[in-house]
Design a protein around this ligand. Structure first.
Ligand code: TYD
Length: 223
């Protein structure tokens, strides 16, 4: 049921768009920052590091929900994530606009996060239908980390989000693994990276995955 919407031949892929995915504490934010620094070098296309929840008004409300400051039904949160994504994609300065003018956009989280996290929080059906019409990324990088190690990393941070508990994170990892083949079948290139490696090694694997994107062909980015 859940994967069927990703076998829809009408599903479009956004060229020049990649998403980082993984459980909490898997290092997506650190790796996106390392990639952003790499793109500051010469001979590379313009690069935009994005993230969801966004910094827009809906994203700000979502952050309050994640911190437990505002209590909302899980179904309401699922709708907020989708609304935030809609702005992120189609709004001014959004993903489609940037990718269309030749920027490479990499987002820390995208539709798979909703299918996984809201799939656990309120069942598969609602997030699947809310996200069914959003276009797909060209590349999806999954940062795979065992949940105990991830939780140890999170424990050193101040505060704890509503999803940052071991039972939940174990389900998150399982669901990502079940979900990724459906994206591959829909034509998304999926790269799985062992997120227990040292950050420098992970950064090299990320770079190897990203440099295969057509936007980087012929831009001296093969090394
Ligand atoms: P995260 O991206 O890990 O950022 P930070 O570590 O800076 O807080 O946190 C975002 C949280 O939101 C994470 O627990 C996953 C969750 N999330 C969803 O549940 N659904 C979504 O659609 C998105 C984009 C995120």
């Amino acid at each position: 049921m859940l994967l069927m919407c990703y076998n829809n031949p009408a599903m479009t892929i956004i060229h020049n768009f990649a998403a980082f995915e993984g459980g909490d504490g898997s290092g997506t934010t650190t790796q996106l920052e390392l990639l952003r620094k790499r793109f500051a070098g010469p001979g590379l296309p313009p690069f935009h590091a994005a993230s969801e929840p966004t910094g827009g008004p809906i994203g700000v409300l979502i952050r309050r929900v994640l911190k437990g400051e505002t209590a909302l039904l899980p179904e309401t949160a699922a709708r907020l994530f989708a609304a935030d994504r809609n702005e992120h994609l189609y709004g001014p300065g959004g993903i489609l606009e940037r990718c269309g003018r030749g920027e490479l956009v990499v987002s820390d989280r995208y539709t798979p996060s909703s299918l996984v996290y809201q799939g656990i929080a309120c069942g598969e059906e609602l997030p699947a239908s809310l996200n069914a019409s959003f276009p797909l990324p060209e590349l999806l990088i999954f940062f795979d980390l065992d949940s105990e190690t991830a939780l140890k990393r999170i424990a050193s941070r101040p505060g704890r989000d509503i999803y940052e508990y071991l039972d939940f994170q174990i389900q998150v990892r399982t669901r990502y693994k079940a979900l990724l083949p459906g994206y591959e079948e829909a034509g998304v290139r999926v790269e799985r990276i062992d997120a227990s490696l040292p950050p420098g090694e992970i950064a090299e694997l990320v770079w190897r995955a990203v440099r295969k994107m057509p936007i980087l062909e012929g831009m001296g980015a093969k090394n």
